[in-house]
Design a protein around this ligand. Sequence first.
Ligand code: NI
Length: 195
Amino acid sequence: MSILRIYNCFHPILREKAQKVEKFDQELKEFTDNMLATMYNADGIGLAANQVGDRRAICIVDINSGDEDKSNYTPIVMINPTIISFDDEITTYQEGCLSIPKYYEDVDRPAAVQVQYTDIDMKLHTLEADDILARVIQHEYDHLKGILFFDRISQIKKALGKKKLNKIKRGELDTFYPMINPDGSEFDPMGSKEK
Ligand code: NI
């Protein structure tokens, strides 16, 4: 397994819409394993394929990522996901994103969703999710549509965070994991996994 580089949110691939996965083969399995390794390495709870420079409609989530006991991990690999229903109730929760390091804002989203996806063995699943799982699924699903979480916050909040976002845009990052800058060059973190 290898650790992939995570693309900065200002790289154009983060604005592209994902393409349907048609080919289920060994390469797909290896790629999703690499996505999982990359997410765990960065202490993330979700990751979409365009965040590692791939245009396929794939996202992964694990709300137990970061647990010291790896046997508690609950990885879900979603291929060609579609959210088929949203709850009427809206909740507010602070979100972050591996492509937008150290930037956090409250985002309003439906409290629960139903998502349909195919797993790596081409089996179709329907998952009902609420709480944090519903939150992460919607965040990753947005990535596959080229939407970033700061698109969903008020203009005032976004204006207040402009300084931070401009720093990220310039590639002045404070991360412990390797990234791809908006211009496609590589970013290597200075320190180790200390945060
Ligand atoms: Ni994200």
